[in-house]
Design a protein around this ligand. Structure first.
Ligand code: GUN
Ligand code: ZN
Length: 434
């Protein structure tokens, strides 16, 4: 099988930089190489050695650009693409005022396909090769998204967003139809090519206890699927959940009592957590997803990265498009850094890059497949230009370490820093957007 050798600077992980010194956890090669064969990574190491070992490989040289695993965005809403950056509301008003009217349109397969295409063009232009998306209540919205991801050969995760109360007519299903539609989509998509179905109750305010129970039963029947939902995002939301579930011990318990807490549960936001919830999340080995641009944009709060990591929680990073204000994981890393600073912890660039790649892959339980440059992994790569604008280039010129070289791109970079994207061993055509 034909081989390709991509040369440039490389970063890969020897350990988790939250639990090992960052400089030791991440291996940097100034003149490195990644050898691809078929859809996989065959070898990673110094360019000189790998060029000698693979003389038959076609070379793609990126000079001083940085080759990384493709970014993994662990929580997005692709149907919110066209309403991103909508002004001035708190979560519940934002859902009612902007999100629900837009999501109404996704019963139309042509509109769903148009937005799925637009969304994937935008994220690929930003170097993101895998996303885990909420769709809408319409099965058509899942078909449109996964068909588009499949046509592009992407690894992708998605589920029908279930809601049977506190949502407008036209955006409500029932416990039975949520179960049956989700089961049918799961049968159609889960494990096909690089696609995975995700059981997706939106959040406990919009699912009755009967619906949560039905989805808990579906998950019990398909434990290899992920289950995604929202948890403790905004204080008003938490108060509403306490009113809706007066018997629940806390917000997490509204899921736990229906079998929706366990390995493979992926909870977005998770800001306002009590100690019982933190202990239970850790014990269950569930995943938490930090959505920093969204948490600032909607005014939700400051995620406790340092405290939750110290407890050993499984944590990923996400844009939460379109509650989040960006499609870019570079911008999202910058926001995570800023939130860390506001909480008194400066996240190291190695930790930010890990969160956006292997950390998010681990949150999606796919860290054996994606998120690192390692032999046997799927060949999803992003190549970053570390001097993509005047502002970044003049700062990078002063860099004495790879971290000083990379950090200006994390803080100030955008899609102009994305030099090339590879998915499943294929170089994606430029331009990604139409
Ligand atoms: N909680 C329930 N639904 C949503 C959503 O679409 N976006 C955000 N940010 N939070 C939610
Ligand atoms: Zn969300």
């Amino acid at each position: 099988m034909a081989k390709t050798i991509i040369t440039g600077q490389t970063l890969r992980f020897a350990a988790d930089p939250f639990h090992a010194p960052p400089e030791e956890a991440v291996l940097h090669e100034r003149q490195g190489a990644v050898v691809l064969q078929g859809d996989r990574i065959l070898a990673v190491g110094p360019a000189e050695r790998l060029l000698a070992e693979h003389p038959d490989a076609t070379r793609v040289d990126h000079g001083a650009a940085l080759i990384l695993p493709g970014f993994v965005d662990a929580h997005v809403h692709y149907p919110q693409t066209a309403i991103i950056a909508s002004w001035g509301k708190r979560l519940i008003d934002w859902l009612n005022g902007y999100t629900f009217p837009e999501e109404m349109r996704f019963g139309d397969p042509a509109y769903a396909a148009e937005i799925a295409r637009r969304y994937l063009d935008l994220v690929l232009a930003n170097g993101t090769t895998t996303v885990c998306s909420y769709c809408t209540i319409h099965p058509e919205s899942v078909d449109a998204f996964l068909a588009e991801a499949q046509a592009r050969g992407l690894r992708a995760y998605a589920g029908k967003t279930c809601m049977d109360r506190n949502a407008p007519k036209g955006l409500r299903d029932t416990p039975q139809s949520a179960h049956d539609d989700s089961a049918a989509l799961l049968a159609r998509w889960h494990g096909v090519d690089r696609l995975s179905y995700v059981i997706t109750p939106r959040f406990s305010p919009t699912s009755s206890p009967e619906q949560l129970e039905a989805l808990g039963a579906l998950w019990a029947a398909h434990p290899d699927c992920l289950m995604q939902t929202h948890l403790s995002e905004q204080t008003e939301e938490c108060a509403w959940v306490a009113e809706l579930f007066p018997d629940a011990r806390d917000y997490l318990d509204t899921y736990e009592r229906f079998g929706l807490v366990g390995p493979g549960a992926v909870f977005g936001h998770a800001i306002h957590l009590g100690q019982r919830e933190r202990d239970r999340l850790k014990e269950a080995d569930a995943s938490l997803v930090h959505c920093p641009t969204s948490n600032s944009f909607i005014g939700s709060g400051l995620f406790d990265m340092a405290g939750l990591m110290a407890e050993g929680q499984r944590i990923g990073l996400a844009t939460d498009t379109g509650g989040g204000s960006s499609f870019s994981m570079l911008r999202t890393m910058a926001a995570a850094y800023e939130v860390g600073q506001l909480r008194g912890t400066a996240l190291h660039p190695a930790q930010l890059i890990w969160l956006a790649t292997l950390g998010s892959a681990r949150a999606l339980r796919a860290d054996h497949l994606i998120g690192d440059l390692a032999p046997g992994m799927e060949a999803d790569l992003v190549v970053l230009d570390l001097a993509s604008t005047e502002a970044i280039a003049q700062r990078a010129a002063r860099a004495e370490t790879v971290w000083e070289l990379l950090f200006p791109t994390i803080m100030m970079g955008d899609d102009r820093a994305i030099r090339e994207v590879w998915s499943g061993g294929r170089r994606l055509p430029r331009p990604y957007t139409r």
